[in-house]
Design a protein around this ligand. Structure first.
Ligand code: NAD
Ligand code: MN
Length: 357
């Protein structure tokens, strides 16, 4: 029987708090199901580590991570450390080197969650964000600094192969889950080089999936459609920047950042995939014990699905929904007064009840 080996990077701010609750839920599953074996190894890489060692992870950090079955990541960000360190020297190297080119972000309104939209239609779609290239590039530079003609150039990198693989992943997912439409986020009317290539390649990929409609929307209009008709989306495919922004908007429609998970997937399984809430380290509420752990617990559920235990993954999401519907244990972002730990414990207990063996 496999024992899943999980590298845990709790990170900064609320990262460690919400990650501890995700582990609590996984430990609860392990107690209940003798066939489920999982081990955690913590890596304390983050801003504290950077302040002490002058780098955010050891030189051989990626080597240390590469043999794990998956990575559970908290969040990083600390006002004493520039974001370009936390993002470009920890998150990006993991995503890029481990070829986690798919960022999957479910936008789904769970039972018991109120949407800020008056419309009570179900909201349930999947956003696939390109995760390895695009607008998040460190190519470019600053010129004429401190002069009146000062300028910055920031290059976007869109490759045919990069678009092909994310688009194929989105269409394959749509086919497997019997979805009828894939929506592509573009801006080829104004960004005429990179986004035109994006459009061409997405269209080419779509031709192999005759039964699935391709809808292509400009990103600005698409943002408006997210609010006006969120129930009409099934699968959305977007570049790195567009996907990032769209999914925070999507999260806001279904209960906020506190309940929105993600997976950074390496579909070829040549390196571990990484699972994390889409939120950051939330410095405004860090240390208060009130962060909502649901996004991170749900991310752990995505991890179990990826590892081949969709049954346990579903049990976690069911447990989250039941706790939300009961409405007794909720963190302040959901209108309650409970703590991170209380909500985590309520979900852990519920999941044990759900998988009585
Ligand atoms: P953020 O997601 O940390 O916070 C945005 C808002 O959402 C805040 O008001 C916060 O309190 C709230 N929020 C976030 N998660 C919550 C939760 N679990 N429960 C309740 N409320 C929650 O975004 P930000 O403030 O823009 O960024 C803070 C830091 O995090 C920055 O340093 C940023 O670079 C970093 N960041 C890291 C990641 C990552 O590690 N992948 C992602 C995004 C931002
Ligand atoms: Mn983001």
């Amino acid at each position: 029987m496999t024992t899943y080996k999980i590298a845990v990077l709790p990170g900064d701010g609320i990262g460690p708090d919400v990650t501890a609750e995700a582990i609590k839920v996984l430990e609860a599953l392990k107690q209940q199901d003798p066939d489920f074996k999982i081990e955690f190894r913590p890596f304390e890489w983050g801003s504290e580590y950077y302040l002490e060692h002058g780098r955010i992870m050891p030189e051989d950090g990626l080597d240390q991570l590469k043999s794990f079955d998956a990575i559970l990541f908290g969040a990083v960000g600390d006002k004493r450390v520039p974001d370009e360190i936390t993002i470009w020297e920890l998150i990006m190297p993991i995503r890029k080197n481990f070829q986690q080119y798919v960022n999957m972000r479910p936008i789904r309104r769970l039972a018991g969650i109120e949407s800020p939209l008056k419309n009570e239609q179900p909201i349930d779609f999947m956003v696939f964000r390109e995760n390895a290239e695009g607008e998040y590039s460190n190519i470019g530079g600053r010129l004429y600094q401190q002069q009146s003609q000062e300028m910055a150039i920031q290059n976007t990198v869109i490759t045919k192969q990069g678009v092909e693989r994310i688009a194929k992943y989105a269409f394959e997912y749509a086919r497997k889950n019997k979805k009828s439409k894939v929506t592509s986020a573009t801006k080829s009317n104004a960004i005429i080089h990179s986004m035109k290539l994006w459009d061409e390649v997405v269209k080419e990929v779509a031709e192999d999936y005759g039964e699935i409609e391709l809808e292509s929307n400009f990103i600005d209009a698409l943002a408006a459609y997210f609010v006006m008709r969120p129930e009409s989306f099934e699968v959305v495919v977007a570049s790195n920047l567009f996907g990032d922004i769209l999914t925070d908007l999507g999260a806001a429609l279904v209960g906020g950042l506190g309940v929105s998970p993600s997976g950074n997937i390496n579909p070829d399984r040549t390196f571990p995939s990484m699972f994390e809430a889409i939120h950051g380290s939330a410095p405004d509420i860090a240390g208060k014990g009130i962060a909502n752990p649901i996004a991170q617990i749900w991310s752990a559920a995505l991890m179990l699905d990826h590892l081949g235990r969709p049954d346990l993954s579903t049990a976690i999401v069911d447990a989250i929904e039941q706790v939300l519907q009961e409405g007794r244990v909720l963190t302040p972002d959901l209108g309650g007064t409970s703590t991170t730990q209380e909500l985590g414990s309520a979900i852990a207990e519920k999941v044990q009840q759900l998988i009585v063996k």
